[in-house]
Design a protein around this ligand. Structure first.
Ligand SMILES: Cc1ncc(COP(=O)(O)O)c(C=O)c1O
Ligand SMILES: C[C@@H](O)[C@H](N)C(=O)O
Length: 347
């Protein structure tokens, strides 16, 4: 049984079926097919905006390529110190942007605050040609700590960024979970709150390999398609990414899958919080739970066959005692109950 990551969860049956259904006949490659065009138009409907959208297969490619058209190679991207672009993409953003710096900023629960961003900006006054100019503010929604930004929080941060001349990138690997949890519209949690480019993820929420870079101002896409091709991220059989998103948006599947994952995380978090000696480290606002178990319990749980990561990061508030548990569209109530019973046995 795994709480390691939503990446471990496999694909929703509807996604598998959609890929099979898209397998008829020969169609133009590299996104020239009708299904890809139709699904690109579907993104404009979902986001209530005339968007430019580009499909890629991984979130890391989405983030690095999006940033590559948002910052000059000598620029600086402000991000959370525990952000995926800082911690888990092996300097992909720095590589794909041609060398832009990432400026990691601390913040509770994986979230940036206006004060922290202002302090960071003030600490790097423009000193052309010596200093790398701050060019992008990158936010993750929901965050790597299982929290999420409200519309008001987003607007405060994006307003500050835009006033300082920065563009706003959003890592939305778990954007679906944030939409499902917030009840807000996709538009409200993105461009209407000042986001310029969203990396919209489907892979963690039941797709196989489906990520979309969404530009809310088409002009800001610049030469993205050339950079995607040069990086080797232009899928020749693009219809099979499009088919995933087609099914993903059909009858609100994306929100149903995300809502279930969030519900399982909430059940898990509430159950763990009720066990003496177990501490929940961050608010459980999407499908991620961060917990500290009593000494030795995590190892006993792993010995019982449960998979989950120890979670050590620069902002670690509990000196290496935290575990990250992620639920998915596939997690069942029975699995959560069985895990909680096991924790109670060992705690
Ligand atoms: C917040 C976040 N962003 C981006 C990614 C990158 O996605 P991928 O692993 O598909 O490159 C991940 C991966 O799990 C993630 O958790
Ligand atoms: C690398 C690891 O963080 C992965 N992105 C996950 O969330 O599982």
């Amino acid at each position: 049984m795994t709480f390691a990551s939503d990446n471990w969860a496999g694909a929703a049956p509807e996604i598998i079926a959609a890929i099979a259904n898209a397998n008829e006949g020969a169609v133009p490659a590299y996104g020239g097919d009708g299904l890809t065009k139709r699904v690109e138009a579907r993104f404009a409907e979902i986001f209530e905006c005339d968007v430019a959208v580009y499909f890629v297969a991984t979130g890391g490619a989405a983030n690095g390529l999006a940033l590559s058209v948002m910052t000059p190679p000598y620029g600086m991207v402000l991000c959370h110190e525990e952000s995926h672009i800082q911690m888990d993409e092996c300097a992909g953003p720095e590589f794909l942007t041609g060398g832009a710096k990432l400026l990691p900023i601390s913040g509770k629960g994986g979230k940036l605050t206006p004060d922290a961003v202002t302090k960071a900006l003030n600490g790097f006054p423009e000193r052309r040609p010596h200093g790398a100019p701050a060019s992008v503010l990158s936010l993750t929604q929901g965050t790597e700590c299982g929290t999420r930004y409200s519309v008001d929080e987003l607007k405060s941060l994006t307003g500050l960024a835009h006033d300082a001349g920065l563009l706003v990138h959003m890592d939305g690997a778990r954007f679906s979970n944030a939409v499902a949890a917030s009840g807000e519209s996709p538009a409200a949690l993105s461009w209407q709150s000042g986001v310029d480019v969203l990396c919209f993820g489907g892979t963690k929420n039941g797709c196989i390999a489906a990520e979309a870079v969404v530009f809310f101002d088409k002009d800001k896409a610049h030469d993205f398609e050339m950079r995607r091709k040069r990086a080797g991220h232009l899928w020749s059989k693009m219809r099979f990414i499009a088919a995933q998103f087609d099914a993903y948006f059909h009858d609100g599947l994306w929100l149903a899958l995300a809502s279930h994952a969030n519900k399982m995380a909430s059940k898990l978090s509430t159950g763990l919080a009720a066990i003496d000696g177990v501490e929940i480290s961050y608010a459980t606002e999407i499908n991620e739970v961060f917990a500290c178990f009593p000494e030795g319990v995590a190892d006993k749980l792993r010995a019982e066959g449960y998979w989950f990561y120890p979670w050590i990061t620069p902002g670690d508030p509990v000196n290496g005692r935290m575990s990250r548990l992620i639920t998915s569209f596939r997690t069942t109530e029975a699995e959560v109950d069985a895990f909680l019973a096991c924790v109670r046995k060992f705690a």
